[in-house]
Design a protein. Sequence first.
Lengths: 600, 182
Amino acid sequence: MTIQPALEAQKETAAEIMTGAEMVVRALVDQGVTDLFGYPGGAVLPIYDALFHEPRLNHILVRHEQGATHAAEGYARSTGRPGVVLVTSGPGATNAVTGITDALMDSIPLVVITGQVPTHLIGTDAFQECDTVGITRPCTKHNYLVKDVADLPHVLHEAFKIATTGRPGPVVVDIPKDVQFATGLYVGPGAARASHNYRPRLDGDPAKIAEAAALIAGARRPILYTGGGVINAGPKASQLLREFAALTRAPVTSTLMGLGAFPASDPAWLGMVGMHGAYEANHAMHDCDVLVSIGARFDDRVTGRLDAFSPGSKRIHIDIDPSSIGKVVRTDIGIVGDAGHVLAELIASWKRQRLAPNAPALATWWAQIDKWRARRGFAYRNSQTLIKPQHAIERLYALTRGRDVYITTEVGQHQMWAAQFFHFDEPNRWMTSGGLGTMGYGLPAAVGVQVAHPRSLVIDIAGDASVQMTMQELSTAIQFDLPIKIFILNNQWMGMVRQWQELLHGQRYSHSYSDSLPDFVKLAEAYGALGLRAEHPSELDAKIVQMIDSPRPVLFDCRVESAENCFPMIPSGKAHNEMILGEEAVDIGAVIDEAGKKLV
Amino acid sequence: MTVEPPASAYDMGHRVEVESLATFAILVDNEPGVLHRVVGLFASRGYNIESLTVAETDETAHTSRITIVTRGTPKVLTQIQAQLEKMVSTRHVVNVTVDPNGVQRELALVKVRGVGGDRVEALRIADIFRARVIDTTTQSFIFEITGAPSKIDKFTDLMRPLGLVEVSRTGVLSIERGEETL
């Protein structure tokens, strides 16, 4: 009983002489890291040498450094713990930049350790030298170049603190090779000094919270608009969101990043909001009178046309990042704080003030919402001869019920269909690249998720174009016995590019056809994975079951209708209530005006 | 006044809104790259820098003070302050323009070339502005002038017809009146 706390205390304040490379490995262990993703090279060899002697750290060797960063993101997003990356200088660091930027945009905690040429060679254009801190300054939450081994343990512990607290994000620690060899005094996390005045605010302003609670209680048409911030605030925040929704009886919608924080099976769930979101969610956002944003940032994919965005609403914006509040839309009550803390305080304030929702008004509001729901915005025309991509995801969802499932995606049409037709009742189950929109995210992210959850079913819902961007990580999955399932909706197009060219560029399909696609089944076999192909609706279910039941990594080539477009859709430059449904989409190009065509 | 929101997030930069000058005093940790962080933030988010000064101001606390004059709508200025405060290396940010106790000063070196009556007139104006002559030849003067940026603007305007050929300005420094500190 007494040994464990004593050991813990020792770990916290340990002070020992060791090399910089040993400090890195020791700091990772002391920070509770068990797995990391990396690729060795000249400038990190001392750290890899120290890693060789450390059985407590499980190193996953990727095939490209971008894969390491996405794997670490998947690991972080599915566990709530930081993802750790170890790469070499120069190309190792530059290859990691896409994943680091992705993590910044989606607020994913990463600690990325990069090797650097020895300090006396910095600035001489040495072999595999690049200005890593210069390159990563705009795409990290913070970064360091450690020139003195005496600073190293302090920097490493602070890096974990900065990455994981406040609005999470990636932190890069660039360590020259001579600093890795140098000897110094290592201190544990408890004894490390912080060199910055970094204190994120977690608790909301009580007066504003009381005001917000009263405003919500007085609402006739409230809506809760939630985002990735709720998931980042931990599982407790998702529980509190459910509690708060039940108290207020307000409908709940969410951003792409926030899916799972509120159960899709709950009657109050409207579905995702935004460009390809639910018809009912977008109309409710437009017509609401009190909009409560929790951990979401009014991305342009969510708001649509800004001067027609939710025109009659009072807006409460809860965000841990003060710069998010008022950045895009006008806010009436801005509350800076952690989503979980503020939700708890809102619930407490609601109870303390003995507030109650306006039942008659809400009955009318819900009746209106039911009318929007009756439009069945996600409806599509199924086929007996061709596999519709929506149908493929519906079957994937149905056939994985009762399983412990994690979903990752690439970026494009398949991603939107996955968000529309795969439903989540829990947080941390859905890993997708939202802000940066990184094709190639899903496969390595699935590798990371599977490392964290070895016995779970991890599926990357992919597209034929995206999956080829990081295809080589299938080799990683084979090497480490990670039985990820890559479910490719293969329409032989960059589907979303093709859709926009069809709708906005006069059907001039400039360079969006996936020519010379590999035979995915043979490719799987070449890597040592199981390759499956479904070409007809009648064989889909059996093949999906075969995929799920396989203990190996599977590459599933699901041949789907190639001309299918993703609907419903808010056309560029239009408002939420101008959403177009699939059945109406005869000539969507004519609906979008010249200004709209210039938007991305 | 109320400003209509733009038609789309993408149109935000193209609208004519009422812009004003603002001076931010930023206390940062004095560490390598910190100026790049601030300048990079302005560049990447499309904010203007009208002037910038930086130097270490507290050796024991390892802090530097950066003073930036920028221009923007009230919404942009609020966003600039929030983005600056978000940086891990930032200790404190104050928009000194909105502070009634704020004092702003700038130093300029002004070279004026001329002979005869213009030379006399230049000296007379310099005297009025309390500018000092720090170098002289038979053909030129260099004046040193300190004051609010508007005073320096006025001075250079008056010197232009008298043979002004070169100006070097430090950019704005600011501090608060009274015993309060940043």
